[in-house]
Design a protein around this ligand. Sequence first.
Ligand SMILES: Cc1cc2nc3c(=O)[nH]c(=O)nc-3n(C[C@H](O)[C@H](O)[C@H](O)COP(=O)(O)OP(=O)(O)OC[C@H]3O[C@@H](n4cnc5c(N)ncnc54)[C@H](O)[C@@H]3O)c2cc1C
Length: 490
Amino acid sequence: MADPRGFLRTRDRELPSDRSVPVRIQDWDEIHRHPVGDDGALDSLHRQAGRCMDCGVPFCHHACPLGNLVPEWNDLTWRGMWADASDRLHLTNNFPEITGRICPAPCETGCVLGINQPPVTIKHVELSIVEEAFERGLVQPAVIDRHTASTVAVVGSGPAGLAAAQQLTRAGHTVTVFERADAPGGLLRYGIPEYKLPASVVERRLDIMRAEGTVFRCGVDVGTDVTGDGLLASFDAVVVTTGSTLPRDLPVPGRALHGVMPAMDYLVPANHAALGEPVADAPVATGLDVVIIGGGDTGADCLGTAVRQGARSITQLEILAEPSRARPAAQPWPTYPTIFRVSSSHEEGGERVFAVSTVSLLGDDAGRVRGLQVVDVEQVDGRFEPVAGTERVLPAQLVVLALGFVGPEREGLGEQLGLTTDGRGSFVRGDDFSTATPGVFVAGDCGRGQSLIVWAIAEGRSAAASADRFLTGRTELPSPIRASTLALRA
Ligand SMILES: Cc1cc2nc3c(=O)[nH]c(=O)nc-3n(C[C@H](O)[C@H](O)[C@H](O)COP(=O)(O)OP(=O)(O)OC[C@H]3O[C@@H](n4cnc5c(N)ncnc54)[C@H](O)[C@@H]3O)c2cc1C
């Protein structure tokens, strides 16, 4: 156990301050600071890790899909045993530097200390361990010297594909990752803004994977450039991790107007531009009134991006009512509660409007969007009913639809590999991530539906274990979840 009286001595959470808003919105650099090797920061980290109670039943394990060994690495951090802490961290998580930055941390809402005190700063301890470990040269490629004769194709290089590929490479198989974008990373590289997760952080991990022997073939659209049959003929197993890429649309009059677009059509070019990569005809918010429809995290990322591009005004609309600040009684500890959350982007500007629905999009003579007709709504028997007399027009020359995703693309690869979809549009797989086509496995958002990085990594690890068992008849790879494992939620 870390400090036996730590949680009594240190009752508050301490976190390093972010870069100040006026400074950080001038650039695309990471907003959070991660002081490494700094004495003051280490003292604070020591106190925070020491708050972990090593409680009898650590719910943080259960709340984390990866089953992270949180009390163990809190203890090792408190003792300053960085190499051991890093080993424990990497035992369950291939990419702690990514979850440590942008996971919503279900572990913290499950922390037992959180019953009557602020929970342990688990996510920050995680990030501190891995960044210290990188700084000290402790994170090195795990190059194996015995190879099997088996080959595996992983299609898609988001966190699910990368985790599966690393696990299978380390099991001795020859792994090729196919990615249709020009560089690996999936949403980690071109979806999530640079100011939340720098591409250099992803690239640092990819370098380790390349050194371990994982091969990346980018710019290859599987299903078009390479067929499913071609993959099955050339590889002994295939892991499909193509993500949930079809955006949910807004079928209202005016949807086809110029200047109305799905979130990824806005965020991806903005991320390329932030990385200094050439982009043609990228939609830019500079000087415009921007309305983001969808009050979730993707919408918040659009908001932060529009702030940096110098939008004149930004409004984020959410159809649901504003959540309460405190845990609702029906969502007690240790569930992940629906509460009012303020993301770093919300600190930077814009207005959030709740309980409002878009009736139509209004255009000018040139076919460009000029505004939205909206109305307040209230929920009656699960339906959203308009509130009479609240109709109004919001000016907007850029409207971004951040309404979530409805599943993977089914044509092409999915059809060619014989994959079917379930009622939610996701690829069907068994509890062990296998599909009806022998040797083909499905993991990540394309099977689970739109989710989180931590789930994608857990799925990739588990699918890798199943693929390894399929190839060799046995496996020593860990399998943290079954495909049917549900998030610990109310
Ligand atoms: C804007 C945004 C912000 C987010 N922010 C967070 C966050 O802060 N924290 C968090 O936990 N989660 C966040 N998420 C969710 C998280 O990013 C996803 O749950 C996660 O990336 C899913 O991983 P994946 O590997 O299944 O798929 P993806 O990351 O979507 O990767 C799929 C990859 O497959 C490739 N691909 C698809 N089809 C083919 C094909 N036919 N051939 C070759 N390649 C193909 C795609 O190009 C892509 O690179 C965010 C999502 C979005 C959209």
